[in-house]
Design a protein around this ligand. Structure first.
Ligand code: NAG
Ligand code: NAG
Ligand code: NAG
Length: 385
């Protein structure tokens, strides 16, 4: 009798545990079905009709199957880049993948050799939507970083900048076009592309999220003073090329007349915070890895290894794949098997104008509070002057 009773109790317990389990699974599934991450982003940005078609309501325009969200003035916060555009009610084109948009596409040169039946298709190299995107910043060594990452057998990187999610390209091309531009890869390999406009054009954050809300993001940062000097050298060399008079670094960022720094010029990209503020409203922090561009130069493996971990890949790139080039005074790559060596092209590692230590320190002083604000925002510190 007693034995029978105990059996009854234990089966009652397991029955109720089972019920609780089933109901929580049901709640989870229902949440997934009815509260898409898109709706969550739409809520945060007060976007009307931003979502997949089921969620479209007032305020959205649907044109040729693409969804435009009507953005109220100021809704997107402090974008210093497109401040003037913010003044108006603006329609932002945000494209959600339709049925086959993100499907792999055979590379054009492979297509001809494809077997007639589809069975082996998945084993062929194909262009696939990137699972990881490097957003910028410009002049932080984004090309060098992707070249290093390409040494990894499980990473395939695009060697040009499609700028797809930025206004210039996004208005012209659909997602199928974008996927078709990606380098051929095998299943299990991770495709990575980079375009520095993605971080400073905030609409790109929303567009990337609409393509794949779980895509992994890398952002490369450097000491903002070093970055500004490098950016200035970049523009000065263009001005020189076109025979235009070029301004000195000091004149570009400091006014003798008012004896003040030209705040807007410096902060546009000198303060990283507004860009991260926006990015972190769209994506969870743990989906973003901030790569230290200064350490990438002095110790590339330290950063590469962080990225391997972030992407869940084995630590394959090692000392055998890189060497320190004394002449260029930075790290270059060498092929493990053939011994072939490769350094960045001529325009990279360009000679910079001498900027006085005194001016650099004053600029660093000016940027200090902005840097501190940035460290607090992202929960990480960098060793900047
Ligand atoms: C912007 O759009 C909203 C909602 O449609 C409207 O209420 C508001 O008056 C518009 N503002 C301007 C400046 O056009
Ligand atoms: C979205 O990104 C995640 C993370 O990289 C990846 O696992 C997934 O396959 C991607 N989805 C699509 C449809 O590309
Ligand atoms: C501003 O002052 C600096 C230092 O005195 C000088 O080198 C520079 O030529 C001046 N710039 C202009 C535009 O006068």
């Amino acid at each position: 009798m007693r034995h029978y009773f105990r059996v009854q109790v234990s089966s009652l317990v397991s029955l109720s545990v089972g019920l609780v389990l089933i109901s929580s699974i049901l709640t989870f599934v229902l949440t997934l079905m009815f509260a898409s991450p898109l709706a969550e982003v739409a809520r945060r940005f007060h976007l009307t009709g931003h979502g997949d078609e089921r969620e479209v309501s007032t305020g959205a325009l649907i044109h040729n199957g693409d969804i435009y969200s009507l953005r109220a003035p100021g809704a997107l916060g402090a974008s210093q880049i497109s401040q003037s555009a913010m003044q108006k009610n603006q329609s932002v084109l945000i494209r959600h993948p339709k049925k086959n948009d993100l499907d792999p596409q055979p590379a054009p040169w492979i297509r001809r050799f494809l077997p007639a039946d589809d069975s082996q298709k998945s084993e062929q190299p194909q262009s696939r939507a990137p699972q990881c995107i490097l957003l910028g910043f410009a002049k932080c060594g984004t090309s060098a970083l992707l070249e290093f990452l390409d040494l990894h057998p499980r990473m395939v990187t695009l060697d040009w900048e499609p700028d797809y999610f930025c206004d210039r390209m996004y208005k012209k091309y659909d997602l199928k076009w974008y996927v078709g531009r990606m380098p051929p890869s095998l299943p299990g390999q991770i495709t990575i592309e980079k375009s520095p406009c993605y971080i400073v054009e905030h609409d790109a954050h929303l567009r990337i999220h609409a393509m794949n809300s779980s895509v992994k993001l890398l952002v490369l940062v450097r000491d903002p003073v070093t970055r500004l000097i490098s950016e200035h050298a970049h523009y000065a060399s263009f001005q020189h090329y076109w025979g235009m008079p070029s301004q000195s670094f000091e004149d570009r960022f400091y006014s003798n007349k008012t004896r003040r720094f030209k705040t807007n010029m410096i902060l546009k990209v000198g303060d990283y915070s507004p860009h991260f503020q926006h990015l972190m409203k769209v994506f969870p922090r743990d989906q973003i890895l901030i790569v230290d561009g200064d350490k990438l130069i002095t110790n590339p493996l330290s950063q590469i290894s962080r990225i391997e971990t972030f992407l869940g890949l084995p630590h394959t790139i090692s000392r055998e794949d890189i060497y320190f080039d004394r002449e260029k005074a930075f790290y270059c790559m060498k092929n493990r098997n053939t011994g072939d060596r490769k350094c960045m092209g001529k325009s990279k590692g360009r000679q910079h104008e001498e900027v006085s230590e005194e001016f650099k320190l004053r600029l660093a002083d000016f940027l200090k509070p902005y840097n501190e604000n940035f460290f607090k925002l992202v929960g990480e510190r960098f060793n900047w002057i």
